[in-house]
Design a protein around this ligand. Structure first.
Ligand SMILES: [Zn+2]
Length: 170
């Protein structure tokens, strides 16, 4: 029997949002009412919110600045900050359940910060690839899968880049 392991977990705390070219420079927030025309996220007090009520309130205002938020921009340009690869027989047998868990984490994450979310899921049968707009979210998905189902998980942070590659196998 294989011993469950979580390789590279020590790098967990070293993922920062600094040097992300998709985010405005620190201290320089966007001005006015800013709404993403793709995902309806609203920029308010230097933070993005994915909130139907807030969107409804703000979208009718006269001075709305319709933009594409950093997460939608990354999605359009296909520039993920994290890739989680899932594979193994256990995955094939429990795919619905596993994907549910991942979707729940995506919902939780984007409610807290709409810039941290899943941008694409590629299901290749025996292998699934989840692309995220955030290295931390990729890391978190790996960690959640490992906690829920054990198996093997490996984290590879690319040096000098805000990018995390995670592989979970069972
Ligand atoms: Zn958006």
């Amino acid at each position: 029997m294989k011993v469950p392991r979580e390789v590279g977990k020590h790098t967990r705390d070293k993922v920062y949002s600094e040097n992300d070219p998709y985010l405005p420079p620190k201290g320089k927030g966007l001005v006015g009412v800013v709404i993403c025309k793709d995902c309806t996220s609203v920029y308010h007090n230097k933070k993005w919110f994915l909130d139907a009520k807030m969107y409804k309130e703000k979208k009718g205002l006269k001075n709305v600045n319709w933009v594409i938020c950093p997460a939608c921009k990354k999605t359009k340009e296909n520039v993920p900050n994290g890739v989680v690869k899932l594979k193994g027989d256990f995955l094939k047998q429990h795919k619905d359940e596993i994907m549910n868990l991942i979707h729940n984490e995506d919902a939780r994450s984007k409610k807290y910060n709409p810039l941290k979310r899943i941008m694409k899921i590629q299901d290749k049968g025996g292998e699934v690839e989840v692309h995220t707009t955030s290295a931390k979210l990729a890391q978190r998905i790996g960690s959640i899968l490992f906690k829920a189902y054990s198996g093997e998980v490996e984290y590879k942070k690319h040096e000098n880049a805000k990018f995390m590659r995670v592989e979970w196998r069972r």
